[in-house]
Design a protein around this ligand. Structure first.
Ligand code: ZN
Ligand code: ZN
Length: 345
């Protein structure tokens, strides 16, 4: 089969590789029908994630059809259409039992990281019973791919950890795919005002189509001064960081209102300067974490309602064997006006 393989910093190849086989009784082999590329994959390819070793097939998102199941798999059989979670979880350990699948004793972020991932024709999913979800009939497969990672990440780490409430004023710093997922899922709670912050005016325009009430363009205006002015000097109830660099975290700590929340969603490679000397008196909370995808069943139910349509994040479509072209487009997202790309087998 063909797979996209990391070959060391700056090197990737679309190569012929052995098809995965059942290794443990709890394994499921899935034939990929649709997959996508994540910003995390770009970090891996740059060499920013040293736990990914050369030879690894990357990718942690996708949908497909069950090809084979191990003896201990009870929930799936060959031919079943499934959604792959970016998080592998046994469902039985202490952390899984409290829904913290991100820290499963025999799982967590494994796919396209510690084991071969989904940017391939086939993938082996450990603990298939708990790490796959049956696809409801009639649901748009492109929308489903957004539920492997970005929608639960935006919802769990941005909206739930940020404690977004009805009537809140919230700011989302970063209008990439995960920031947009925060924007879509925050609307479950009817915040009064959603301020989107980004450097790219095209992304801010798209955010307004997706429900943002205001856009603040970094580079054109001072985002902190602009947001404080918009909120009468008060700041925002929830400041959500969806980039992962010190400058965007800094915006969040300067715009959070007294009693508010800073929800960090971005993946950081460098330390940030935490202004505890200014924040201590403001009664705020700061949260961060890795998605557990424990909200995936809930998000799946909302797809059918039409209230949230994650398929609108898809801007480009490719065949699976056009993987390298898809990387070229996604890797130059601003130039190509790309949000999410879909690769279909
Ligand atoms: Zn991802
Ligand atoms: Zn577990």
């Amino acid at each position: 089969m063909k797979a996209l393989v990391y070959q060391g910093p700056g090197k990737k190849e679309w190569v012929e590789k052995a098809k995965p086989v059942i290794e443990k009784p709890t394994d499921v082999i899935v034939r990929i029908t649709k997959t996508t590329i994540c910003g995390t994959d770009l970090h891996i390819l740059k060499g920013d994630v040293p736990t990914v070793t050369p030879g690894r097939t990357i990718g942690h998102e996708g949908v497909g059809v069950v090809e084979a199941v191990g003896n201990a798999v009870a929930n799936f059989k060959p031919g079943d259409a499934v959604l792959i979670s970016c998080i592998t979880s046994c469902g039985k350990c202490d952390n899984c039992k409290r829904g913290l699948y991100a820290h499963c004793a025999d799982g967590g972020w494994q796919l396209g990281h510690l084991i071969d991932g989904t940017q391939a024709e086939y993938v082996r999913i450990p603990h298939g019973d708990n790490s796959l979800y049956p696809i409801p009939a009639g649901v748009d497969e492109e929308a489903l791919v957004m539920l492997s990672d970005i929608m639960p990440t935006g919802f769990e780490i941005g909206v739930q950890y940020g404690r977004v409430k009805p009537g809140d004023t919230i700011a989302i710093v970063g209008a990439g795919p995960v920031g947009m997922s925060v924007l879509l899922t925050a609307q479950f709670y009817s915040p009064a005002r959603i301020i989107m912050v980004d450097m790219d005016p095209a992304r801010l325009e798209l955010a307004k189509q997706f429900g943002a009430t205001d856009g603040v363009q970094v580079g054109a205006v001072d985002p902190v001064a602009a947001i404080l002015e918009m909120t009468g000097g008060r700041g925002v109830d929830v400041a959500i960081e969806a980039v992962g660099v010190p400058a965007t975290f800094d915006i969040c700590q300067k715009i959070v209102a007294a009693g508010g929340n800073i929800a960090n969603v971005g993946v950081h490679g460098k330390s940030v300067e935490l202004h505890v000397e200014e924040l201590w008196i403001k009664n705020i909370n700061i949260s961060m974490g890795l998605v557990s995808t424990n909200t995936t069943p809930m998000l799946l139910k909302t797809l059918g309602t039409g209230k949230v349509d994650p398929a609108k994040l898809v801007t480009h479509r490719f065949r699976l064997d056009e993987m390298l072209q898809a990387y070229e487009v996604f890797g130059n997202a601003a130039r190509e006006k790309a949000m999410k790309v879909i690769l279909s087998a």
